[in-house]
Design a protein around this ligand. Structure first.
Ligand code: 7GP
Length: 831
């Protein structure tokens, strides 16, 4: 690589090369330096916030040194890299993770203690980086952790939203949203790269002309310009120096912005216009598994994709290779269809700007991209109206028509005269107005398409993408089952369990090779090990109980069974079935005699999760949970036999407290609707058992941990269509227990019954999510849970065996599979 410093001067540089702090004293020195210089404070006005910032700055410096080394190594090695394009990275807090991965947790803890602080208090100062909604965004965060930890050269590309997912407050039982302005204090975990500025254009018009060589050239011009500025977030690998990069783009007005207006003396409107540029990256769209066709969202997508590709291509051009070698240097993974415009943008750059022939360019494009699908829910599939698209990105629209034309010609050749097939696979849906089907574009523009768990990967081949299997054959479609990082979701969230496991495994190597968990299986029936195991669960339950007391004012008994469902609120995830089950439980307990009550297994039913702000049904479910909570918790007949808690503002840091405290967690989606689920993996990894449907990764978890260590119920995916059909065309009687639950709600015991009308009628009319069909089976499974929980030894041994068999669900394994079968990249070791 070219170095900007002449060799004669390099000695001086090398003499003062930065060193990473290596012990407590060196850390403290750095800490104090940051308090006094970076923060301009002193020991007389250093509060927890300042101490958090100083400690973070010291750790950040360390990450930057490793980051620089890594990037230099990757550049000199000159090997293929992967770029993970995701509109969401739900990172949570960075400090604890950075300390762990960099191996300086003990030094830092001791270091700040000597200086008068508690590390726990400092960690609490950090706001979550909540740049995501749910599963898809958190998966991206686990994946970049694993890419770094397994030494793959890879970057993430995303948007630097100023407002992450909204904060949820509960007022009068209802969700109320408040903005999440997370950048109030400077963010030590990002490095602004003001020098990396990329111009991005929207709107304008296209024009073509014939150049001197007789070639037709397309140009796109006359549009509105904004600028993308890079912010880099170092991503430290665990137990390795490799520190990768997450590059987030922020929008800024261009320097020339509305210069004309400015000159014409309309200063105020010129400034107003330029402020509009900043709104592009201002806010995360708060929808999970739902598409809302807003123009600003499409603008975000193009802005981010264009900036990222520009950056990737600039890096490629430095290697002076011919274009056809682009896919040997670059793999790009599309995290759902949100970045699909990248397919079109790369084709545009190659053909319009670089003069590559269409066919050669298309070969390069399709060899570069891989597409991951995360949902089969029809309401989540992106389709942009052609008029909107054409107006915002006129040249891209032309290219899509062209891609579609060539594709349909290919299909026509393979299946002559099948007009209906052509209509079905066309990128353009012939509706009024026409729509661009982004998933189809992603499939056509990629060499591999994958689902995120076995069942889901089968379902996409037989339902939404069936026709593409006909066209391409089955090999283009594959499965990579999701995973989670054991660093955050075991060691960080549950340090004591991690320590106990390490005492049997002999080291912490399981955090890098999760299959080593197998080594604890022989202790599943060891009474001493069981005692320690159970004591840790109890400790974690006490930690959660303290949180519940503080935030909800509710006292819960740590000996009760903790039953948890925390995830985005969605009808398909069936929190409504859970709360109906709770009401059934409440009514049943009320009907018992004092003697009978002695046999009841006490339970704490814990809920958490956000609803999309405009999702009426989900908001009604939250209201019902809170209404039930109020009635049940205040009922003297019930006491500690049943408590119901809704934990407000569920996020990554709360998940770290909630997940280790569960005995049972619920993953009860209608079969075939939850693509994978990833919190199911987190709960089991922390010694909780699952109550779940035969859906998503629950199926593979069952295979790994054994049928005895999971509570499954409900109809299978293969029956869902028939059942829905029955509801539509005949009178299916309501489940009798559910009927009683509805009667109770309608009697007004949980407040004005009208509020819940739509919730009930959605079950009594079409029951699209099959709540009634699965209700009895659900109650039966719950009964079994109650019984089994009474046998403490068996429960402990099942919990231990389950954890011992969770090795498969490490995101390191998932990343190895992507690297091997989709990206074709290899690890680069730093030494
Ligand atoms: C989610 C799926 O619902 C969940 O089952 C899966 O585990 C997760 O992705 C990671 O693969 N999907 C979303 O979060 C989502 O919004 C639509 O998908 C784009």
């Amino acid at each position: 690589i070219e170095a900007s410093i002449p060799s004669a001067s390099r000695q001086v540089w090398q003499k003062f090369a930065l060193k990473e702090f290596a012990d407590k004293e060196e850390f403290q020195q750095e800490f104090i330096r940051h308090v006094e210089t970076t923060l301009a404070r002193s020991m007389y006005n250093c509060d927890d916030l300042a101490a958090y910032q100083a400690a973070s700055q010291a750790i950040r410096d360390r990450l930057i040194v490793a980051w620089n080394k890594t990037q230099q190594k990757h550049t000199t090695k000159d090997r293929k890299r992967v770029y993970y394009l995701s509109l969401e990275f739900l990172m949570g807090r960075a400090m604890d993770n950075a300390m762990l991965n960099a191996g300086v947790k003990d030094i830092t803890k001791q270091g700040v203690e000597d200086l008068g602080f508690k590390i726990e208090d400092l960690l609490e100062q950090e706001p979550d980086a909540a740049l995501g909604n749910g599963g898809l965004g958190r998966l991206a965060a686990c994946f970049i952790d694993s890419i770094a930890s397994t030494n793959y050269p890879g970057w993430g590309y995303g948007l630097r939203y100023q407002y992450g997912i909204f904060k949820q407050r509960i007022v009068d039982g209802y969700q109320v949203e408040a903005p999440d302005y997370w950048l109030t204090f400077s963010n030590p975990w990002e490095i602004p790269r003001y020098e990396i500025q990329i111009d991005i254009m929207f709107y304008g018009y296209t024009r073509k002309y014939t150049n001197d060589d007789g070639k037709v050239v397309h140009v796109w011009e006359g549009g509105e310009q904004v600028q993308a500025v890079a912010y880099d977030v170092p991503v430290p690998g665990y137990g390795t120096e490799t520190t990768n990069n997450l590059r987030l783009w922020a929008s800024k007005p261009t320097r020339e912005f509305d210069f004309e207006k400015f000159n014409a003396g309309d200063y105020e409107s010129s400034v107003r216009e330029s402020q509009k540029a900043e709104t592009i990256s201002a806010v995360l769209y708060p929808n999970d598994n739902f598409y809302s066709g807003k123009e600003l969202r499409l603008k975000q997508q193009y802005f981010w994709v264009a900036a990222s590709l520009n950056d990737i291509i600039r890096r490629f051009k430095k290697t002076h290779r011919p274009w056809k070698e682009f896919p040997d240097q670059v793999a790009i993974q599309l995290n759902d269809t949100h970045p699909t415009l990248a397919v079109v943008e790369l084709q545009r750059i190659l053909v319009d700007m670089e003069g590559v022939e269409w066919d050669e360019a298309w070969k390069i494009v399709t060899s570069t991209f891989g597409y991951t699908n995360h949902t089969v829910l029809p309401e989540a599939l992106e389709k942009w109206p052609v008029p909107l698209f054409q107006n915002l990105l006129p040249r891209h629209m032309e290219i899509i028509y062209e891609i579609n034309l060539f594709f349909l010609q290919q299909v026509e050749k393979l299946f002559p005269k099948d007009r209906d097939l052509l209509r079905r696979v066309s990128i353009i849906e012939e509706s009024t107005p026409q729509q661009v089907r982004m998933a189809f574009l992603a499939i056509i523009g990629s060499h591999k398409v994958n689902g995120v768990a076995e069942l889901h990967s089968e379902l996409i081949k037989t339902t939404i993408f069936k026709d593409f299997v006909t066209v391409y054959g089955p090999d283009k479609f594959m499965n990579v089952t999701n995973g989670i990082t054991p660093r955050r979701w075991l060691h960080q969230a549950n340090p004591q369990l991690s320590d106990l496991i390490a005492s049997k495994v002999g080291s912490y190597d399981f955090l890098k090779d999760l299959n080593l968990l197998k080594k604890i299986e022989p202790f599943a029936h060891d009474p001493k090990f069981q005692d320690e195991w159970v004591a840790i669960k109890k400790f974690n339950k006490a930690r959660l109980a303290a949180h519940i007391k503080q935030s909800n004012g509710i006292d819960v008994d740590v000996n009760a069974l903790f039953d948890v469902q925390v995830k985005r609120i969605h009808e398909y995830k069936r929190q409504q079935m859970n709360i109906f089950g709770v009401i059934h439980r409440y009514l049943s307990i009320k009907a018992l005699t004092a003697a009978q009550k002695k046999d009841v297994t006490p339970r704490v039913c814990i809920f958490g999760g956000k609803s999309a702000p405009g999702y009426y049904m989900a908001k009604t479910i939250i209201k019902l949970i809170n209404a039930v909570s109020e009635v049940v918790n205040a009922d003297a007949d019930i006491g500690d036999l049943l408590k119901v808690v809704f934990i407000a503002d569920y996020n990554v840091s709360k998940a770290e407290i909630i997940i280790p405290a569960s005995d049972i967690s619920q993953h009860i989606s209608t079969a075939g609707t939850e693509a994978s689920g990833t919190s199911n993996m987190k709960f089991v990894l922390n010694g909780g058992l699952i109550l779940g449907t035969v859906d998503g990764a629950n199926i593979e978890i069952t295979r790994e941990v054994g049928e005895n260590n999971i509570f499954l119920f409900g109809h299978l995916a293969e029956s869902v269509e028939d059942l829905r059909h029955k509801h539509r065309f005949s009178d299916v009687p309501l489940d009798p227990n559910l009927e009683k639950v509805f009667e109770a709600i309608e009697s007004g015991i949980f407040g004005d019954a009208n509020i819940y009308g739509s919730l009930i009628s959605s079950v009594t009319s079409s029951d699209y999510y099959l709540v009634s069909d699965d209700f009895q089976s659900y109650l039966d499974a719950q009964k079994l849970v109650d019984q089994d929980f009474k046998n403490k030894d068996t429960w402990a041994s099942r919990s231990i065996s389950a954890v011992a068999n969770m090795g498969f669900f490490s995101s390191d394994r998932a990343i190895d599979e992507y690297a091997e079968s989709i990206w074709n990249i290899e690890p680069i070791s730093l030494d």
